[in-house]
Design a protein around this ligand. Structure first.
Ligand code: 3HC
Ligand code: NAI
Length: 685
């Protein structure tokens, strides 16, 4: 078996290269090999200095996440770090790519760091519900200062090498040949004989932070106030604070204790589940990356709410976009709105004028489909109307050469029926973006029964290019997300009539961890959207319909389920709505009663999980973990609960099943009919 770390000698400098594809994660085998190689190098009298580097696009992407939570296997990352840090000869990290988590901790054990400008550095552990567990919370503040360390560790965000060099994390940027420059630096430092100081002994930035403890605490509290209820950021901040108050070794021992606590926490288990689930969701049997076609130019039909957002998602990734609308006026309005969005970003300082004008320059439009002839993908985002969509797809198939992918952004409709309106269903699929499309991460890629592997491969590759999290789903009313959303919301009207007021229901959802409750969400999106939809399908929702008849469309009219006085975006309870609900309940002969938060959650979340089991049963979702990815990235399900299906296993599948069965017996409502798949989810990923 080949070794995952190897050493070569260059004029007295030992270059130790880590080679553990795909990302050089510090798994047990690599740690063993690295420890063995380093032990030899450190003991060799011929070695004047050591350069540590990675092969490929990564320096080291951190600990092996799949090993976290298991009993530690020697040698640990910490023992490797001690070996490097105790070395009397100068040690240099040549950072050739991502240095993340344990990877950056390894680099900080070295005396010096040289990086290519493309390298990314960070301690993203909080995103996995952890904190840096190999000295990161102690060494980073010594290099960059306590405030900058807090920023990086508590938010988990990465920085580029240029910024890293500006704050002292990187000593030199290598614009040319990284290895040559790292070896030259190693030789120069070796020649100086003993002037290098290990990071753990550097106290000047710690002393500076101690002089402004109040400033540190204010900064910490501001960061934590946005992360209430999450354990990992709290402990991470506490551990950085220890750097100012405890001796290095004591602070290190505390960090270790925090790491072990977090590694076995539900928060971390949930986030690690999502890490792997997101990567699994982007893979498809029989579909290789190589099959993807090039996409140079994207066409969009329909530039309303979604069409504009989708256009911006591509423009933001530097891709040219051609927009089509019904008439010149609608087209001009859409282009104007997109330009205005970019102008607002420039005013806020979050986009340079140069970048904004490059994005605007990539946008063109016409009322004719002729311009789509040189597009590799055309996305339809017109009204949710099957007849209209079929006409458009027939026209698009005629206007574009075979191989151009034709995608629909439909929320609910049958993609197979749409595909059948063309003479090449193999090129047709759904690309279901979520609103606002340039912000929301999720992309449901809907695979029709005739969609070709090449079209799917292209969509998957493109999704990553524009920064989306793709999940391939099958055809079915509302696909995965919207189908489950309908089930989650099915009891809301009934709950109100039984006595749970909108404010209370929203509060129960927020307490669960949702960024907003279902009524706040509806008020934001506009009640009229659902109302129009219900009327088109002969459906009713008594309370919501009554509000619409009163002209209460939500935030845009200042009144919906809640009241939005003086243009405020934060709703307050409206006694008029509560009175209306009570009157309607009385008319329906429903006696009001106190409804607990627990009951609200059971009656909304259990049917949602049940619908999740159904979509797995019907093959619309390939696995339960895909559903978790959909809900966390598209609907705001709290990531630290791992998604609805992960959460359901923790809640107890048999408990959920029993509840549903009881409710089904009592009410006969279909959303309560337990899916036979539900108990089987216990064994799924
Ligand atoms: N451990 C195990 N597997 C990892 C991994 C890790 N740290 N990082 C990536 N992988 C795997 C992925 O699961 C994927 O596997 P697959 O091909 O079988 O699905 C493969 O490597 C490639 O990953 P990506 O698809 O994400 O590749 P990209 O090129 O898009 O991104 C990356 C590369 C930026 C390094 C990204 O993978 C990433 O962010 N990785 C996680 C980094 C991280 O969180 N590190 C901290 C770990 S915890 C830690 O270090 C604790 C320490 O303090 C003790
Ligand atoms: P919208 O009403 O805001 O925009 C539709 C646009 O299509 C309008 O600008 C209209 O002028 C244009 N249009 C209509 N017929 C056209 C034609 N023949 N040629 C060119 N343009 C035409 O609708 P919205 O909300 O953008 O929805 C579009 C699609 O996206 C629908 O299928 C909807 O179900 C779906 N969707 C909507 C989401 C949302 O949150 N609004 C989320 C995800 C999907």
């Amino acid at each position: 078996m080949s070794r995952l770390a190897a050493c070569t000698i260059h004029d007295g400098v030992a270059v130790v290269t880590i080679d553990n594809p795909p990302v050089n994660a510090l798994g047990a085998r690599l740690r063993g090999d690295l420890f063995a190689v380093l032990s030899e190098v450190v003991a060799s009298p011929e070695v004047a200095a050591i350069v540590l580097t990675g092969s490929g696009r990564n320096f080291v992407a951190g600990a092996d996440i799949s090993e976290i939570g298991r009993p530690p296997v020697e040698p640990t990352v910490t023992s490797i770090i001690e070996l490097i840090e105790d070395c009397e000869r100068p040690t240099i990290a040549a950072i050739n790519g991502n240095a993340l988590g344990g990877g950056l901790e390894l680099a900080m054990a070295c005396h010096y760091r040289v990086a290519t400008p493309e390298a990314r550095l960070g301690l993203p552990e909080v995103r996995l519900g952890l904190l840096p567990g190999a000295g990161g919370t102690q060494r980073l503040p010594r290099l960059v200062g306590a405030a900058a360390a807090l920023d990086m560790i508590v938010t988990g965000s990465e920085i580029g090498a240029r910024k890293a060099s500006g704050i002292g994390l990187v000593d030199a940027l290598s614009e040319g040949d990284l290895m040559r420059e790292a070896i030259a630096l190693a030789q120069a430092r070796a020649a100086e004989n003993g002037s290098h100081v290990a990071v753990r002994y550097r106290e000047d930035k710690i002393a500076a932070a101690k002089r402004d403890l109040a400033g540190f605490e204010a900064h910490r509290d501001a960061l934590l106030s946005k992360r209430r209820g999450l354990r990992a950021p709290q402990l991470a901040a506490l551990s950085v604070g220890n750097a100012l108050t405890l001796p290095f070794d004591d602070a290190l021992a505390a960090e270790r204790g925090f790491f072990l606590e977090l590694a076995s926490s539900d928060e971390s288990k949930a986030l690690r589940h999502l890490f792997f689930a997101e990567r699994e969701a982007a893979k498809l049997d029989g579909v290789t990356k190589e099959a993807a076609r090039a996409v140079r130019r994207v066409g969009i039909v329909g530039a309303g709410t979604m069409g504009r957002g989708i256009a911006m998602a591509f423009l933001n990734a530097g891709m040219p976009v051609a927009l089509a609308e019904t008439d010149e006026e609608a087209l001009a309005k859409a282009i104007e709105a997109i330009s205005a969005s970019y102008a607002a970003l420039v005013r806020r300082g979050s986009l340079s004028e140069e970048e904004a004008s490059a994005r605007r320059g990539n946008l063109s439009g016409s009322v004719s489909y002729d311009m789509f002839a040189d597009c590799d993908l055309v996305i339809e985002a017109v009204f949710e109307d099957m007849a209209l969509k079929k006409t458009i797809f027939a026209a698009l198939a005629a206007a574009t050469p075979a191989g151009t992918i034709l995608a629909t952004n439909t929320s609910w409709l049958d993609v197979n029926e749409i595909a059948a309106a063309t003479d090449r269903p193999q090129d047709v699929l759904g690309l279901h973006f979520f609103s606002p499309a340039h912000v929301m991460k999720l992309l449901e890629i809907v695979r029709g029964e005739r969609t070709s592997p090449a079209a799917l491969a292209t969509a998957l590759k493109l999704a990553r290019r524009i920064g989306k999290v793709p999940v391939v789903v099958g055809v079915g009313y509302g696909f995965v997300g919207n189908r489950m959303l309908a089930a989650r919301n099915a009891e809301l009207e009934r709950l109100m009539l039984e006595g749970a007021m909108p404010t209370q229901i929203d509060r129960a959802f927020r307490d669960f961890g949702w960024p907003m409750g279902p009524f706040e969400m509806t008020d934001l999106a506009g009640l009229d959207v659902g109302w129009r939809n219900r009327r088109a399908h002969g459906k009713t929702a008594p309370v919501a319909d009554a509000l619409c008849e009163m002209g209460r469309f939500g935030q845009k009219t200042g009144r919906g389920f809640h009241l939005y006085p003086d243009g405020s975006r934060k709703g307050v309870p409206d006694p008029e709505v509560e009175k209306l609900i009570r009157t309607m309940a009385e008319e329906a002969g429903i006696a009001p009663r106190a409804v607990s938060f627990a009951e609200i959650l059971e009656r909304t979340h259990y049917p949602m999980v049940n619908a999740g089991a159904q979509v797995v049963e019907e093959g619309i979702a390939r696995r339960a973990a895909d559903i978790d990815v959909v809900w966390v990235n598209g609907y705001g399900f709290p990531a630290w609960k791992g998604g609805p299906m992960f959460w359901a296993r923790k809640e107890g599948l048999s408990r959920i099943e029993r509840f549903l069965a009881r409710q089904f017996e009592a009410t006969g409502s279909e959303h309560f009919r337990p899916s036979p798949m539900l108990p089987l989810l216990a064994a799924s990923d």
